[in-house]
Design a protein around this ligand. Structure first.
Ligand SMILES: [Mg+2]
Length: 311
């Protein structure tokens, strides 16, 4: 297995070499003779979360038709790239992906697939298309899952009256504020797509939550929610969306909206899917009601453990 990077930054290549000690990371075309290759082009920052990639590679079976697919976000053109890097097929992005959030970068497919069989894949969004990442004057961020972190996860909570706060999350936000971190909430709200409640309900609840937190002296910079899902979804919300964790859409949106030092940032949630498919932040999973066996980040028993990582 070779990871090949074309026109990518030196920093990124050095970082990948550290992460993939047993895998050749190369810019040398001479290394491309035979074997399995992951091909990336024009990367400057924000590569994938390596544990997701490793899992995808581990699960891979021997298949001669293995290939890669690139989404060029501007034209939404798909290119299917064969192992010899010839372009095999071109097409347009299937409608289930057109939720308004842009896909970019590289996707790794376990098997050779056609454009119509797009459901089973691992996607590695590489960065937001709108801006070059500027580390200067950036601040680290604390990204928080909502249900199970800020409040108890009772399943599809959407009324403020049903929010049962977790005090240690309030303490964590205040700690992060005192260390000059930006704090964001990233919450999957598929209940919207299932028709259980509306975006207005979520916005109202977040407004009330924010007011409560401010009274406690805890400041959230911004709240992001992912309203889409693909299973049992109502019209207008049925998308295979990047905004649904472990998709990195909400985090990429925050990166686009604020000047964030991603490599010093922290994300914490209580599900495996809170380890997003984006390399950069440290990912943490709080032990709770969900199975964390395949969680890509570090498992913690208490949010107060994060105080050690926010300095
Ligand atoms: Mg949660």
């Amino acid at each position: 297995m070779i990871i090949y990077l074309k026109n990518s930054s030196h920093l990124l290549i050095e970082q990948l070499k550290l992460l993939f000690k047993n895998i050749v990371v190369s810019q040398d075309e001479n290394d491309l003779l035979g074997g399995e290759v992951l091909f990336f082009e024009n990367l400057k920052y924000l590569p994938f979360n390596p544990s997701h990639l490793i899992n995808a590679v581990k699960k891979n079976t021997v298949n001669e038709g293995r290939s890669l697919k690139i989404v060029e976000n501007k034209s939404q053109k798909l290119l299917l790239i064969k192992k010899d890097f010839s372009i095999d097929q071109e097409g347009v992005l299937p409608p289930e992906f057109l939720d308004g959030y842009e896909y970019s970068g590289m996707r790794y497919f376990q098997d050779y697939i056609t454009l119509n069989e797009s459901s089973d894949y691992s996607c590695f969004p590489m960065g937001h298309s709108t801006s070059e990442f500027n580390y200067k004057d950036s601040k680290p961020a604390l990204f928080l899952d909502r249900d199970g972190i800020l409040n108890e996860d009772h399943g599809y909570v959407y009324k403020y009256d049903d929010i049962e706060w977790k005090q240690e999350s309030i303490d964590l936000i205040k700690w992060a504020n005192s260390k000059d971190y930006l704090v964001f909430v990233l919450t999957n709200q598929s209940g919207i797509s299932k028709g259980l409640y509306t975006e207005d309900d979520v916005i109202k609840t977040h407004k009330s939550m924010n007011e409560f937190l401010l009274k406690q002296g805890a400041l959230i910079t911004s709240w992001y929610y992912g309203p889409y899902s693909y299973q049992n979804a109502i019209e207008g919300y049925k998308f295979k969306s990047l905004t649904r964790k472990p998709g990195a859409g909400m985090m990429l949106q925050a990166l686009s909206d604020y000047n964030i030092d991603l490599l010093s940032s922290v994300m914490v949630g209580d599900k495996t899917s809170d380890g997003l498919i984006l390399l950069g932040p440290k990912y943490f999973h709080l032990e709770g009601k969900y199975d964390l066996e395949d969680a890509p980040g570090l498992i913690i028993k208490s949010l107060s453990e994060l105080h050690n990582f926010i300095k």
